[in-house]
Design a protein around this ligand. Sequence first.
Ligand code: SF4
Ligand code: FES
Length: 254
Amino acid sequence: MSRTIDLTLKVWRQKGHGVKGRLDTYAARGISTDMSFLEMLDVVNEELTLADKEPIAFDSDCREGICGQCGCVVNGRAHGPEKGTTLCQLHMRHFSNGDTLVIEPFRARAFKVVKDLVIDRSAFDHIIQAGGYISANTGGAPDANAIPIPADTAELAMDAAACIGCGACVAACPNASAMLFVGAKVSHLGLLPQGKPEAARRALAMVRKMDELCFGNCSNERECEAECPKEISITNIARLNREFFKAGFFSAEK
Ligand code: SF4
Ligand code: FES
């Protein structure tokens, strides 16, 4: 049954990268428990706008858990307290009347704060540009099922392909590592026959770019796996490590 709750929000406000930020306090009153977290922020922003105050900047696009644009840290948890849920799919029924919520951007050296809760995730784009693709020759589409793929392999590849590039894994990791993200990409491409010819070059190039962009390394904390809204398994990091070492020792790729 729908009900309303009142909350106190402590929201990170920061005008831009390199500018000192601070937590500001706002009251969120009469919030329907049927609302999503982002809709709750919309309500607060409407009140701020009507009061001639600067609305809270936050990112979103699909609001269906598929684009990876939303995301901030709520009471210390990336995407909030619900497992396997993006911030846009998090409903206010998971909070109680009178709760205080501390809302901060995803923090990592490679993710600069653009404004308030908005971060620059273009470092992920640079990692994808380095190798997160397959090269396909032009020509007619191949016949369906021309390349048989075992069902178990297809399932593993599809599970890894569920990564939406939100960056929660980086924000949750004490080393700000992007290994879960890169592991997911290397797995979903490298497990399939179409991705195998470039597997060695891909693993080397993506890891090199990740290091260059100041992401940390994995030290098996598993915070990334716990906070990932798509529940990407840490076994993808093990696969990335195997691909990386195999490429370094046994391939001609540099
Ligand atoms: S691995 Fe999970 S947390 Fe990391 S970018 Fe992909 S979906 Fe987001
Ligand atoms: S807005 Fe697209 S995943 Fe949340």
